[in-house]
Design a binder for this molecule. Sequence first.
Ligand code: SAM
Length: 261
Amino acid sequence: MASYILKAKKSLGQHFLHDKNIADRIARAANVKSCNVLEIGPGPGSLTKSILEHGAKKLISIEKDRRCLKELANLATKYNDRLVLIEGDALEFNLPKSKDAKLKIVSNLPYNISVPLLIKYLQQIDYISQMTLMFQKEVADRLVARPKTQNYGRLSIMAQSLCDVSIEFHVNKKAFFPPPKVLSTIVIFRPKTKRYTADWKSLEQVTRAAFGQRRKMLRSSLKTFMFDFNVLNIDPKSRAQDLSVEQFWSLAIDLEQRINP
Ligand code: SAM
């Protein structure tokens, strides 16, 4: 591996994948053949190389660390026509707005900004056909959490409202340099074709209030919204973590109709 890896920057969440089998497994899971792909943070390029070897039609890779771009120069020469390297901040990069040529996003995400990046892409889900992303295991557990479990919360509801979310596999710390403190997990997001109709603002309001006081019963934590729980077929004595994603949306739709029309 490149020598500069010894100086991996913590501030950029740099844990570089050096196990080619894992990089190949991610590219296979992402099913990139003949697809347009966006990769966040190629680093020295192990995953980038696998994505190209697995037949991506075009790969756009955005990297903030200039040192990595120098390392990627060889790859750029070899795959000149298929690899586009962009030096920049992925948080500021908006996806091309094409519903006909949707992108697949594949990334071993920088952990320090993995959630803001995910939220950004969920907000642009119309332009994405699949996301195959590496998170710290505890974030992955929140993303796939089901009701009545401790990890279930606003992130689970947001992700599962828009996508079918599944854990693909876990990756041992030893696959990275430097090794992270915790286990990593590959999560796949497949956008749903049928989505909920209410405004996100209403869902935000309801979930924030409910999970902000997650130990309280809904009749108390959601008191200000004056829901008729009987009509909505929701037990007012239940707590935030008891409600399914569908039930949160029925609250959001009701709120929108009465208060945020
Ligand atoms: N893909 C490489 C791999 O698997 O070995 C590197 C993964 S490392 C976990 C995260 C990468 O994201 C680093 O190369 C880091 O420099 C880059 N990065 C961090 N913040 C970024 C940002 N805001 N925009 C683009 N890249 C960023």
